[in-house]
Design a protein around this ligand. Structure first.
Ligand code: ACO
Length: 433
C-alpha cells in the first residue's frame, strides 16, 4: 500500500502521496498542493526540495556515498577512465567494446573547431575570464550545428549521440583555446593520436616548435580529476541546466548556462578560491592558525574555502580519493616543498579536530584538493573552474536528456512569497520625495 502524508491547513486535511526512490529516499509529493489548498511551500535554497526524478547519480551525504548510474565512485576511480565514465553517465550503461570504440572515434573526429570559431576568440578582451569565454563559445557552438540545436526536444534527441560527443570533445578544445587566447599564444590544434587528457594538455602547453608530452602521472591525475567531477546530482549548475532545458532549449544553450552557474566561488569557483585563500595566508606570514580562528567567526568572506558542502555532512568521498592520488602525483612530479600544501595540510588537520567545524559537519570537499592538483600539473588558477566544467559536462548532458525526454515534463517555474510593497498609485516625477 502506498504511504500517505497528511497536511492540515485551515482545519482541512490534505492527503499527500509519498514517493520512494530506488535507494529508499522518501519524498512528499506536493505537486497538487497549490491547486488543492492555495498554499505553496517555502524552501529557500531548495535544501528540502526534490526538483525532479533522476536516474543519473545517487548521493547519500550523511554516509558519504556517491554513485554514478549505480556504480560506486571508488570503483570507477580505480578501474574506469573519464571517457568511459562519461559514456556511462551520458548513456546509462558502461559501453560495450564497439560502443567505446565509436565514442572514441566521434571524440577524435570532433576535436577540432571550425576556423570561424577560432576567429571569435579574438573578439574577447585580453583580461576576459576563461569561464566567460567558455560559456559564450558553447552557446556559439550550437549555432554551428543548427540541426542538432533546434530547440525541439524530440528532434534534438534524435541527434543526441552526435551532440553529446561534439560537446564532450570540443569543450576541451574551446577551454584550451580560451587559455591561449588570454595569453596571446597561437592555437595548438588537437592531435588524432592522443587520448582525451593528453590531447587537452597538448593544446594547452605545446608550442609550435616543441610538443608538450604529458607525464603519465599528470595525465592520470587529470583523468581522475575529471572523472570525480563528472556528475553530482542536483547541484546549482546541474539544476540550472535542467531549468534552461525545461523551457525547451537545446543542449548547447543549456550547457552554456551550466558554465555560468558553475563560475561562482560557492560552487565551481571554490577550487580557485582555495588557492587564493592559501596564497593570502602565506603572503600574510600566517601558518593557517589565524585564518582558522577568523573562519570560525562565521563571516562569509572569511570562510575556510574547500570545506563544507550542502549535501555531504561527512567526508566528501571524492576528496578522499583525490587526496590519496594527490600524493603519488606530487611524488612523480618531484614536488616536495610547497608552502601552500603545508598550509593546506595544517588547515585540514586543525579543522578536523575543531569543535566549530565538527559541530557543523564541515569536512573537506573535493575542491580543497583539486585546486592543489591543478596547480601541481601546471594549470593556471583562472582555468581551474574551466577544468571543473570540462569534467561536469557528462552530468549536464545526461540531465539535459532526462528533461528533454520527459514528454510529461513541465517548464521549471517555482513560486515565491511576495514580501514587497502593497498596492500603491504611480507618483509623477515632480511629486516624488
Ligand atoms: N567555513 C566556515 N564556516 C562555514 C563554512 C566554511 N567553509 N561553510 C559553512 N560554514 C558555517 C556557516 O557559517 C554556518 O554557520 P552558522 O550555523 O553558525 O550560521 C554553517 O556552517 C552552515 O553553513 P551554510 O552556509 O548554511 O551551509 P550551506 O549548506 O548553505 O553551504 C557551502 C554549503 C556553500 C558549500 C558552504 O559550506 C561554503 O561556503 N563552503 C566554502 C565554499 C566551498 O568550498 N564550496 C564548494 C562546494 S563543493 C562544490 O561545489 C564542488
Amino acid at each position: 500500500m502506498n504511504e500517505t502524508a497528511t497536511l492540515t491547513l485551515d482545519n482541512k486535511a490534505f492527503p499527500l502521496n509519498v514517493i520512494v526512490g530506488t535507494e529508499g529516499e522518501k519524498a512528499v509529493d506536493i505537486r497538487n498542493l497549490r491547486s488543492d489548498s492555495g498554499y505553496v511551500t517555502y524552501d529557500e535554497g531548495f535544501g528540502n526540495t526534490g526538483s525532479c526524478q533522476s536516474a543519473v547519480t545517487f548521493i547519500d551525504g550523511e554516509a558519504g556515498i556517491l554513485r554514478y548510474r549505480g556504480y560506486p565512485i571508488e570503483q570507477l576511480a580505480e578501474y574506469s577512465s573519464f571517457i568511459e565514465t562519461a559514456f556511462l553517465i551520458i548513456n546509462g550503461e558502461l559501453p560495450l567494446p564497439a560502443q567505446r570504440k565509436r565514442f572514441s572515434q566521434l571524440l577524435t573526429e570532433n576535436a577540432p573547431i571550425h576556423s570561424g570559431m577560432e576567429h571569435l576568440f579574438e573578439g574577447f578582451p585580453a583580461e576576459a575570464h576563461p569561464m566567460a569565454i567558455l560559456s559564450a563559445m558553447l552557446n556559439t557552438l550550437g549555432s554551428y550545428y543548427p540541426r542538432l540545436a533546434t530547440n525541439d526536444h524530440q528532434r534534438d534527441l534524435e541527434k543526441y549521440e552526435d551532440a553529446s560527443a561534439i560537446i564532450i570533445s570540443k569543450v576541451r578544445t574551446l577551454a584550451a583555446y580560451s587559455y591561449r587566447a588570454s595569453r596571446g599564444l597561437p592555437y595548438i590544434h588537437p592531435r588524432r593520436d592522443l587520448p582525451y587528457c593528453e590531447n587537452f594538455l597538448h593544446m594547452m602547453f605545446s608550442t609550435p616548435y616543441e610538443p608538450y608530452i604529458a607525464l603519465p602521472e599528470v595525465a592520470q591525475a587529470l583523468n581522475l580529476f575529471l572523472l570525480l567531477h563528472a556528475d553530482h546530482e542536483q547541484n546549482c549548475s546541474t539544476s540550472t541546466v535542467r531549468m534552461v532545458a525545461s523551457s525547451g532549449a537545446n543542449l548547447f544553450a543549456s550547457a552554456a548556462a551550466g558554465v555560468c552557474a558553475l563560475w561562482g566561488p560557492l560552487h565551481g569557483g571554490a577550487n580557485t578560491a582555495v588557492i587564493e585563500m592559501l596564497e593570502s595566508i602565506h603572503a600574510e606570514g600566517d601558518d593557517g592558525t589565524k585564518f582558522i580562528e577568523q573562519a570560525k567567526l562565521g563571516k562569509a568572506d572569511k570562510r575556510l574555502m574547500g570545506f563544507g558542502h550542502r549535501v555531504y555532512k561527512h567526508y566528501d568521498p571524492r576528496a578522499k580519493i583525490i587526496k590519496e592520488s594527490f600524493y603519488s602525483a606530487l611524488a612523480s612530479l618531484g614536488i616536495k616543498n610547497d608552502p601552500l600544501l603545508d598550509i593546506a595540510m595544517r588547515l585540514e588537520a586543525a579543522a578536523l579536530k575543531d569543535e566549530y567545524f565538527l559541530a557543523r559537519k564541515l569536512y573537506p570537499n573535493v575542491d580543497f584538493y583539486s585546486g592543489l592538483i591543478m596547480r601541481a600539473i601546471g594549470i593556471p588558477v583562472n582555468m581551474f573552474t574551466v577544468m571543473f566544467a570540462i569534467g561536469r559536462m557528462p552530468g549536464w548532458i545526461a540531465n539535459w536528456k532526462e528533461v528533454a525526454a520527459n514528454r510529461k515534463g513541465r517548464i521549471y517555474r517555482p513560486r515565491q512569497i511576495y514580501v514587497g510593497a502593497n498596492l500603491r498609485d504611480y507618483v509623477p516625477p515632480h511629486q516624488r520625495k
